[in-house]
Design a protein around this ligand. Structure first.
Ligand SMILES: [Zn+2]
Length: 109
């Protein structure tokens, strides 16, 4: 039985666009700050760390989203990559980019 994942695909693709835009903004901010005057750098440093953290988070999220889109194409979207079991649709509705069932996610945490 093949299911229709169009809704998930659309959500993931629009999330992907948002994140790519966010990463582009962060990268631009970081580049601009890097060329700021030396005297401003001390107070900028704290902001940079926040931006870095946001950037890393976005990169990780983007990776998960891309993986989820691949999983949809391959037809194993609902297959847990930890145990090979089933990921409940309820879970995917809330977090469309997860690739682990609840049990495996808890084991990893
Ligand atoms: Zn599992």
């Amino acid at each position: 039985m093949s299911k229709n994942y169009d809704e998930f695909r659309q959500r993931l693709q629009s999330d992907q666009q948002d994140i790519e835009r966010r990463i582009a903004n962060i990268t631009r901010d970081l580049t601009r700050k890097a060329s700021a005057d030396w005297s401003e750098q001390a107070q900028e440093r704290e902001n940079d760390e926040v931006l870095d953290a946001l950037g890393n988070e976005s990169v990780i999220e983007l990776r998960l989203i891309k993986k989820a889109l691949e999983r949809i194409e391959q037809g194993d979207y609902e297959v847990c990559s930890g145990c090979g079991g089933n990921i409940p649709m309820d879970r995917l509705e809330i977090m469309p980019y997860v690739d682990l069932c609840v049990q495996c996610a808890e084991r990893q945490a």
